[in-house]
Ligand binder design. Sequence first.
Ligand code: CP3
Length: 344
Amino acid sequence: MAKDKTILRALAGETLPTPPIWMMRQAGRYLPEYRATRAQAGDFLSLCYNSDLATEVTLQPIRRYGFDAAILFADILLIPQALGLDLWFVTGEGPRLSTIDNADDLAQLRSPDDIHETLGPIYQTLRNLTSALPAETTLIGFAGAPWTVATYMLAGRGTPNQGPAHALKHSQPEVFGGLMDRLTKATIEYLSAQIDAGAEVVKLFDSWAGSLKGNDFDRYAIAPAKEIITALKARHPDTPIIAFPREAGDKYVGFANETGADCVAIDNSVSAEWVAANVQVDGCVQGNLASSHMVTGGDALVRETRRIVDALRGGPHIFNLGHGITPDANPDNVQRMIDAVRNH
Ligand code: CP3
């Protein structure tokens, strides 16, 4: 593995003069070339499972912008599908899934060892990318964290406050615990197979971690992340892991030490100055420009980008947004952000 890649150096704890940069959802609908390939594939899931087209859309933002990392094109909801749930996407609305309502539904899920048949095309995309990417570009694989994936499996869709998952936690604790355990095991197998197929870094997206309060955060965000990271480190000691407990607030403090993550990705609800003082003291951080700047642009975009770079310059930092770029973003603003980071 080329250890001189900038992202790998930052993840190993090195403070670089210019932070490496990539962007959550960098392959997506804000890019005309993505929309064209997506139209060719048909729907979003067909694109995820078509290794050639998924390779193509993963490469598009690398060609256009020269990001330091490429992220596998796939989705966190492929795991519930590989475990046997129905999954489809309603255009303009988002994902829909068949739900887990009781112990019988849980018992009918496939075993974590049986996910690879469904997910084979995803591993093929990674193998394709290993040879297709420029030598300096790091390949990132990913999965959803158990809590976030469970919120979709229990509600059958995205929810503003994860109500169904919070309810089941109390009404049927054995079913909830069994589901979390199944997802933890499946995520270990999935990420391990991604690493075998060529992922050089893996990222765990806990997009709804912020709705876990008090002990729930320890039990359902920290504990599963720690179990996944411990198992992956035992099998793949050299593969760095980024954890993203989105909107964790003051629970970002100590998260890397408690879970064993090499880097914590930070959303934009906390300031970069606070991150430097409270999180970066433990190691590499990633983030955290508000993705709305990719829509609005202008001087504010450049000012805020430089402020983040300056605030985090004293330690290992990977520049990124606080959350995914949105479809209404202007591709020119992405270039402005990259220039502001690299020419600062
Ligand atoms: O970052 C990347 O470029 C890699 C690919 C990626 C996608 N989804 C592609 C995608 C990654 C890493 C994800 C993660 C993901 N998926 C998360 C966690 C990160 C986050 O944003 O909080 C979540 C919660 C999902 C579930 C999901 N997928 C939702 C809720 C939606 C619908 C909302 C939307 O943006 O349309 C998706 C669809 C999705 N996943 C798209 C893409 C490019 C848009 C699909 C399209 O082309 O219509």
